[in-house]
Design a protein around this ligand. Structure first.
Ligand code: SF4
Length: 111
């Protein structure tokens, strides 16, 4: 699966060859933004149990947010409505409280 940011980066890189104006922000489709502070993960695995499409346990015992990119300390992934519920459950279940979801339209933190 290719994530929207990677797709946008590829399009952006190639747009000059394809001769069109490219706005990087227009292709980022996710309505919500997951922010994950991986350094605080205690490896409880709740996220991977509740939302295995997006969360997997890595060899170092911490969770990886599949398809995310790094922004400073945070691992970030944009998702649509269809993926909101399972990730909300993962965030609510995380004992370390290091998974947060932001509504991009309002800028409000959902959890
Ligand atoms: S639920 Fe939280 S603490 Fe547990 S593995 Fe997932 S991110 Fe880490």
């Amino acid at each position: 699966m290719i994530n929207s940011r990677l797709y946008a980066d590829i399009l952006s890189e190639n747009s000059r060859f394809l001769n069109f104006e490219f706005n990087h922000d227009e292709i980022i489709m996710g309505k919500y933004r997951i922010e994950y502070q991986r350094s605080g993960c205690i490896g409880a695995g709740v996220c991977a149990a509740l939302a295995d499409k997006h969360w997997v346990m890595a060899d170092d015992g911490k969770a990886d947010l599949v398809g995310s990119h790094k922004e400073g300390e945070l691992h970030v992934l944009e998702i649509d409505e269809a993926d909101l519920d399972c990730n909300k459950q993962a965030a609510e279940g995380c004992p370390a409280n290091i998974i947060h979801i932001i509504d991009k339209e309002t800028g409000k933190k959902i959890i």
